[in-house]
Design a protein around this ligand. Structure first.
Ligand SMILES: NC(=O)c1ccc[n+]([C@@H]2O[C@H](COP(=O)([O-])OP(=O)(O)OC[C@H]3O[C@@H](n4cnc5c(N)ncnc54)[C@H](O)[C@@H]3O)[C@@H](O)[C@H]2O)c1
Length: 350
C-alpha cells in the first residue's frame, strides 16, 4: 500500500492499493468510532461496488446503508443533495456517524457537500472510482454542486477523513472516462514535473497506473497543503481549464467531455504563451502529442473569438482581470493576470 499524508487544516491519509475496496470497513473502523455509515454512490457504480463496500463495512461492525442517485453531471444539484439529506435523516445518522463517497467526481463532490452540511458537518471518506477522481477531485477538499447559473457555484472546502484509492476499480470505467482522467494527469506533468511529463509521452501510463496516481496525488497534495483555499498556488491546477471551461460552455456541457475540453485548453493557452514570448516554441506541440497519445483532441472548431467571449462571461470570473496559468516550460508554471478585455488579444497574438 502506498500512503500519502495530506497536511491540511484537518490532516488525512490517502491510501493507494489494488483491492483496498474489499477491506475498506476495517480501515474506516480504525479512523472512526461511528455506529452507522451511509454509502453514497451513483447508478453506474453501485452495481459493481456497492455490495463489497457494504459487506466490508458490516464485517467491521458498522450498521450500513446506501443512497444511490442517477449517475451523471445533470444530477449534481441541490435537489439530489436534498434527497441525500432525507436518507441520512431517515437512517438517523448522528454527528458521530460517517458518509462514504463511492464513485467519480460527481459523487465525491456531492457526498462531500452533504457531509459538510448535514448536522453542520459529519465525517466522510472518499473511495474514488473514476480516474479523474483518483488523481484529482478526491484530494483537496473541494465539495459542491452546480446551480442553473453555473457549475460548482455552491459548495464548501471540507476535507475527508481518508481517501482510499483502488486502481482495480478502473477496470469497469468506460474508456472515454479514462481519456478524461488522462487530461488531468497530463496537466500535472505540464505544471509541475517534466520527468513525469516525459514518462507519459512513452504512452504506457495505464500500464503503470498505480505510480501515475501516486505522482498526481502527491503533486496535488503538495499544492493544496500550501494553499488550501486557492488564494495563490492552487490556481495552477486550473492549467488549461479557463479556456477548456469556455469550450465546454460553447457546447452547453454536452457533446464534449471535461477532459477533452481541458486538453484543447492546455494546447491553446500554451500556444498563446509561445506567441507572447513566454513559453519556448514547440511546447504546445509536445503537449498536443501526449494528449493525442491518450485519445484526447487538441483543437476545436470554435473560433478564438467565441472562446474568449465565453471565458469573459464566465460566472466565476470576477473583476476586470482573468488569472491565466502559463508555462515557463514543461514542468514549471505560473499565473498571470490578463485584463478580461484583452483576453482575445492575448490568445490570438501572432
Ligand atoms: N473537487 C474537485 O477538486 C474537483 C476536481 C475536478 C473535477 N471535479 C468534479 O468532478 C466531476 C467529474 O468527475 P468524473 O469524471 O469522475 O465524473 P462522474 O462522477 O460523473 O464519473 C464519470 C462516469 O463514470 C462512471 N463511473 C465512475 N467510476 C466508475 C467505475 N469504476 N466503473 C464504472 N463506471 C464508473 C460514473 O457513473 C459516471 O457515469 C465534475 O463534476 C467536476 O466538477 C471536482
Amino acid at each position: 500500500m502506498k500512503t500519502i499524508h495530506v497536511d491540511t487544516g484537518n490532516p488525512y491519509d490517502i491510501h493507494i492499493e489494488r483491492g483496498i475496496i474489499n477491506r475498506c470497513g476495517s480501515i474506516i473502523r480504525e479512523l472512526s468510532g461511528a455506529q452507522k455509515v451511509t454509502v453514497i454512490t451513483d447508478s453506474n457504480v453501485a452495481p459493481h461496488y456497492q455490495w463489497c463496500v457494504l459487506n466490508s463495512l458490516s464485517e467491521a461492525g458498522f450498521t450500513a446503508t446506501s443512497h444511490v442517485f442517477q449517475a451523471g453531471e445533470q444530477s449534481k444539484n441541490l435537489s439530489t443533495i436534498a434527497e441525500m439529506y432525507n436518507t441520512l435523516a431517515d437512517f438517523k445518522m448522528t454527528r458521530k456517524d460517517i458518509i462514504v463517497a463511492l464513485g467519480g467526481g460527481v459523487t465525491g463532490d456531492m457526498a462531500g457537500f452533504a457531509a459538510a452540511t448535514y448536522l453542520r458537518g459529519i465525517d466522510f471518506v472518499q473511495i474514488p472510482t473514476s480516474l479523474l477522481a483518483q488523481v484529482d477531485s478526491s484530494v483537496g477538499g473541494k465539495t459542491g454542486v452546480d446551480i442553473a447559473q453555473g457549475k460548482n457555484l455552491v459548495g464548501a472546502f471540507y476535507q475527508p477523513k481518508a481517501v482510499l484509492i483502488d486502481p482495480d476499480t478502473l477496470s469497469t470505467l468506460p474508456d472515454k472516462f479514462i481519456c478524461d482522467g488522462m487530461a488531468e494527469v497530463i496537466k500535472y506533468g505540464c505544471i509541475k514535473d517534466k520527468d513525469f511529463f516525459d514518462s507519459l509521452a512513452k504512452g504506457n501510463a495505464l500500464e503503470n497506473i498505480e505510480d501515475v496516481i501516486e505522482r498526481c496525488v502527491t503533486i496535488k497534495r503538495d499544492v493544496v497543503s500550501r494553499d488550501e483555499r486557492e488564494a495563490g498556488e492552487r490556481i495552477l491546477l486550473n492549467f488549461g481549464h479557463t479556456l477548456g471551461h469556455a469550450i465546454e460552455k460553447l457546447y452547453n456541457f454536452n457533446g464534449i467531455t471535461h477532459g477533452m475540453a481541458v486538453a484543447i485548453g492546455m494546447v491553446l493557452i500554451t500556444t498563446a504563451g509561445e506567441k507572447n514570448g513566454i513559453t519556448p516554441r514547440g511546447t504546445a506541440d509536445k503537449i498536443a502529442e501526449v494528449c493525442r497519445t491518450y485519445g484526447l483532441p487538441t483543437s476545436d472548431e470554435a473560433s478564438l473569438v467565441e472562446i474568449a467571449k465565453a471565458a469573459q462571461t464566465d460566472k466565476k470570473t470576477s473583476g476586470s482581470d482573468i488569472n491565466l496559468v502559463l508555462l515557463n516550460e514543461i514542468g514549471s508554471s505560473f499565473t498571470q493576470k490578463v485584463e478580461l478585455e484583452k483576453l482575445y488579444d492575448f490568445i490570438s497574438k501572432n
